[in-house]
Write a protein that binds this ligand. Structure first.
Ligand code: ACM
Length: 580
């Protein structure tokens, strides 16, 4: 690839690229001098270079080696410079920190052409050819997340590791692992073995939209051992990605209640849920339930040693609480203004426990109440305003609005989209994602004192039953999201020049990389015949109508609104239920 072609190929787009003339070659055995704290990034590149190009890069103490990775203290966090030359040091990376070096080596991988994404050399083995080029780069957002829902459909460990590789290749740096839900509990807990014995599988599964009663009649299950998860954490960190686990409470807990019925309000035997939609079967918000989940947290902070720990908090219909005298009495004894307030109270207590274990709790935006500790991070999924409001309440926030970045929603208006559920979110819609739109700020007022840490896309898996379906839903829309997360802010609205340029770069340079990596992405003109799922009913939702009905805060999701994740049928539920 020439320098000028290379300068038009990188994705996400760097801050600046200057193309030179000609190319630079590295050979098997090329020496590499690496600052000690950048070693993990050098190792990541060396691994890819060995596999894809048959080139072993060999560490050396010589500072004038052909490849140099050094710290450049003037660069911002996550930033790097990358210079290739035909003489002397051929490849020089200056990195602000390890994160910057990880991004730099991914850029190098892209510069080597699509073959850099293969797992064995197919031509020119023993040689890496790079364009003469100078790149200066740094991330727009510190938190560039992707959620994998491994609860609704289990994703085998090998597929999780592969997905981490793909996330890292797009400069994404947080993997939000949604480990538990109504339909499955996916993590081994020593104190409570029935969570996996009972909660990790179901005898049958709904196929198609939850609004239709089709079951496949086949058992589905799976879970990760603690060592599997330690491996996932280490594998991700070795590629510049931090794993954020999520144990979702006090809603989305039917699998846990199936394993331990005493966690439920009724205490009666229960089944792992086999259908989608929002469940009214939430936790008994008792001290005993709190202690149970404190133990779960205690076991998992030994596995997930990163800075954050997700405890959920989304979609908690209070129906059962309102009918249970002991729960009503608890709300009264606590002096809460309503029974529904037990949601925030429960989450707040568990968040305090997470803090006591040295982690920052992460909750969905429904979890913002006076009970939530200030240090908790909030993921804004029901639109944009909830996130801005959370910053105003002092919380740091990650923007993940369902109406733009839920990549499980259908990718076009076509009827042959596989399980055409939810809002139609095209590649262009995702590329146009602006995390802090002016019209929202005009309504809410400015951000702060909490900060917007970044953005996150979500791959919920009700309709993504295996890795191939996840590939289809994620790509190439995740590439568009990654550019929003990483590259400088610019006008990416529909019809903008940036949209045209992105599409050309995607088609010419990035789709060939994804193909080389074996990603079965959605073709831009629609699904291939074998990517369609004829006969599985969807439930398309009109975004404009949903937004029009959403009210002044523009919330598009949640149990009381009704969307693809919600259930409009629950809207008949009682209001807050003030205790007598
Ligand atoms: C969510 O989509 N219920 C966070």
């Amino acid at each position: 690839m020439t320098g000028s072609a290379a300068s038009r190929s990188l994705l996400p787009l760097p801050r600046s690229v200057a193309a030179g003339q000609g190319t630079v070659a590295l050979h098997d055995g090329s020496r590499m001098h690496v600052a000690p704290q950048l070693r993990p990034a050098a190792r990541a590149w060396a691994r890819d270079a060995a596999e894809a190009h048959g080139v072993d890069l060999v560490l050396t103490d010589e500072v004038d080696a052909p490849v140099v990775l050094e710290i450049d203290p003037v660069l911002p966090a996550g930033g790097y410079t990358l210079t290739t030359r035909r003489t002397g040091t051929r490849v020089r990376i200056g990195a602000g920190d390890l994160a910057g070096a990880f991004a730099a080596v991914q850029t190098l991988r892209q510069l080597a052409g699509p073959d850099g994404f293969r797992r064995g050399p197919v031509r020119n083995a023993g040689r890496i050819e790079l364009p003469v080029i100078q790149v200066e780069d740094a991330p727009r957002f510190a938190w560039r997340g992707i959620l994998l829902d491994v609860a609704r459909h289990f994703l085998p460990k090998a597929d999780v590791l592969r997905f981490i590789d793909l996330a890292a290749a797009h400069h994404l740096n947080v993997l939000h692992l949604h480990l538990t839900d109504d339909q499955g509990w996916r993590v081994e807990i020593d104190a409570f073995p029935r969570l996996t014995e009972v909660g990790s599988w179901r005898p049958t599964t709904q196929v198609g939209s939850w609004r239709f009663p089709n079951l496949d009649g086949r058992p589905h299950g799976g879970f990760y051992t603690k060592d599997d998860l330690r491996e996932i954490v280490a594998y991700a960190r070795a590629r510049g990605v931090e794993v954020m686990p999520e144990i979702d409470v006090p809603g989305h807990v039917e699998a846990a209640i199936a394993a331990y019925p005493e966690l439920g309000v009724s205490k009666k035997p229960h089944q792992v849920r086999t259908t989608w939609g929002i469940s009214t079967q939430v936790l008994d918000p008792s001290e005993a339930s709190l202690d149970f989940f404190r133990t779960v947290v205690d076991e998992l902070v030994e596995v997930f040693d990163g800075p954050w720990f997700g405890i959920g908090g989304d979609e908690v219909p209070p129906h059962l609480w309102l009918d249970a005298p002991h729960v009503v009495a608890q709300a009264e004894a606590l002096g809460l203004g309503s029974v529904a307030e037990l949601h925030g109270w429960f989450l707040g207590r568990l968040a305090e426990h997470v803090l006591a274990r040295g982690r920052r709790p992460v909750v969905w935006d429904e979890g913002v109440t006076e009970h939530l500790p200030q240090q908790a991070i909030v993921t804004s999924w029901r639109g944009f305003a909830a996130g801005v409001r959370a910053t105003q309440a002092g919380h740091d926030v990650v923007m993940a609005p369902e109406q733009v970045v839920y990549l499980d929603h259908r990718a076009s208006e076509r009827e042959d989209e596989p399980v055409p559920v939810g809002f139609a979110r095209t590649l262009e819609d995702v590329y146009a994602f602006e995390p802090l739109p002016d019209d929202v700020l005009a309504r809410t007022g400015p951000v702060g004192p909490g900060r917007v840490l970044g953005v996150q896309a979500c791959l919920w898996s009700e309709y993504l039953h295996d890795a191939r379906r996840r590939d289809y839903a994620a790509f190439p829309r995740l590439a568009a999201f990654a550019e929003v997360a990483w590259s400088p802010a610019t006008d990416r609205s529909l019809g903008s020049a940036a949209q045209d340029e992105f599409r050309a770069r995607l088609v010419d340079a990035h789709l060939p990389r994804l193909a080389a990596a074996g990603v079965e992405h959605r073709p831009l003109d629609g699904p291939l015949p074998w990517q369609q799922l004829p006969g599985l009913p969807g439930w398309p939702i009109d975004l404009a109508a949903t937004l029009a009905a959403a009210g002044p805060e523009g919330h598009v999701g949640g149990w009381h609104e009704g969307n693809e994740h919600g259930d409009a049928g629950l809207a008949a539920a009682p209001a807050d239920g003030t205790p007598e």
